[in-house]
Design a protein around this ligand. Structure first.
Ligand code: AMP
Length: 433
């Protein structure tokens, strides 16, 4: 099938071809005709499947016809769990809608100044991309006119539910016209999602795309057993010296650890910076722009970066700490292997992580082969049913330098985290966070 068969407006097709897409992905093939015809859909499609275009192209197609209702408010509303994902959706809307009329896109996101948002909402808008909490604030102040709204899109609905946004989503939906189209995309379709769909969607069509195994085929997953923090740091150091590594995201369990590791990598001569929810939007955007431009080689992040970052040069994802939820593992490693590339996902696991590891393997249906780096073998032998035990003797390995140096020994201060209190560094040095 080609995009031409999908009956999209020619000016949208022009933008799609310019984006370099020759054939629709399975989710696009199935969702676009349904959405053009006005049907509600509930779709399970994970990040990396082309799901953003699957809902955005038909939304733009609807905008090519003038609104039947007078007004200046949005005709399309996309709700996303995170600011990063919202930015990705807005960028996609602008990219695919560059040739079509009536495609003014605005973002209303938490952490951004209110005055600017008030101004944006007072002007005519076609597509509004928002995180639920901040949008509620504006709705309560009477600043959003939903009289023209045609389509509500819930992107990564499972994540929004995990983050406790359900009451906000319901409240927002209650302010929208009854006859609207509602579209729900979720990585998984569990009972909680089905319940939301039953409440907000009107006889939806179900679309389920490729299982998780298929989706991860292009990502080589590796596991390293670790004894302790020192061992982890040495392994991290080793992985980061892989000559094939263009850009990497290192995921940590805590914001403080993200700062500390970024800080120490920077001190160690890497172009590295942290990204987490304690940073304001401007700092987050600045860091992501640097990553996109290739000015940063390593991003150290919490799960805030697990979704919505779409950079083809990210060759490696490193789970410094394993995620608690198996879904997050899939989202994290999906940051590599983008746009047809292959990727490497490296995870560190201690004996304490065995339950999380099992959950991840059950969820993905894939047993992660463990690797041993000569000279960095784990002291404790962890027995596992189906270890690959592949030896990895990357050239040029020397004994790793510990990354958690005491702050006074650092050669440099990372400008991305100049304000970090030294107390934090001390606790990290002793491995207490
Ligand atoms: P998403 O699942 O929306 O995060 O999209 C994943 C990536 O696939 C993005 O880099 C898109 O630009 C890209 N993409 C979307 N649709 C297509 C397509 N039909 N052909 C090739 N790449 C695509």
């Amino acid at each position: 099938m080609s995009f031409e068969n999908l009956n999209l407006h020619p000016l949208i097709l022009k933008a799609v071809h310019e984006a370099g897409y020759s054939t629709p992905t399975p989710i696009q093939e199935q969702a676009i005709p349904e959405l053009i015809s006005g049907t509600d859909i509930i779709a399970s499609a994970q990040t990396g499947t082309g799901k953003t275009a699957a809902f955005m192209l038909p939304a733009l197609h609807h905008l090519t016809a003038p609104s039947k209702t007078n007004g200046r408010g949005p005709r399309i509303l996309v709700l996303t769990p995170t600011r990063e994902l919202a930015d990705q959706v807005s960028d996609a809307a602008k990219k695919y809608g560059k040739y079509t009329p009536r495609t003014k896109v605005i973002s209303i996101l938490g952490g951004m100044p209110y005055p600017l948002q008030n101004k944006l909402l007072s002007q005519p808008v076609d597509i509004l991309v928002a995180t639920p909490g901040r949008l509620i604030d504006h709705i309560q102040r009477g600043r959003v006119d939903f009289s023209r709204l045609q389509t509500l899109i819930l992107d990564e609905a499972d994540r929004m539910l995990d983050m406790g946004f359900l009451p906000d989503i319901k409240q927002i939906a209650s302010c929208l016209p009854q006859g609207r189209q509602t579209v729900l995309f979720s990585a998984t379709l569990d009972p909680a999602i089905e319940k939301v769909a039953a409440q907000l969607l009107n006889t939806p069509k179900r679309i389920q795309i490729a299982d998780r195994q298929t989706k991860l085929d292009h990502i080589e997953q590796r596991l390293h057993y670790v004894d302790d923090l020192t061992h982890k740091n040495k392994l991290l150091n080793h992985v980061l010296r892989d000559a094939g590594l263009k850009q990497a995201i290192v995921f940590t369990a805590t914001k403080r650890n993200a700062d500390l590791i970024a800080d120490n990598l920077y001190a160690d001569g890497h172009t590295a910076a942290a990204l987490h929810g304690d940073m304001n939007q401007r700092e987050r955007n600045r860091t992501l722009t640097k990553l996109r431009k290739g000015d940063l080689r390593i991003l150290v992040a919490t799960d805030v970066a697990a979704r919505g970052i779409d950079i083809s040069d990210i060759t490696h994802v490193i789970n410094f700490d394993l995620p608690k939820f198996a879904e997050d593992y899939v989202h994290r490693i999906g940051r590599t292997g983008r746009a047809g590339a292959t990727g490497i996902a490296v995870s560190f696991a201690s004996s304490k992580d065995s339950i999380h590891l099992k959950r991840i393997e059950r969820y993905t249906g894939h047993s992660i082969a463990s690797h041993i780096i000569p000279g960095l073998e784990p002291r404790s032998k962890v027995s596992r049913h189906n270890d690959g035990n592949k030896k990895n003797s990357a050239p040029g390995h020397r004994k790793g330098k510990q990354l958690f140096n005491a702050p006074d020994k650092r050669r440099n201060i990372n400008p991305h985290f100049a304000r970090r209190p030294s107390k934090t560094a001390r606790s990290a040095a002793t491995g207490t966070i």
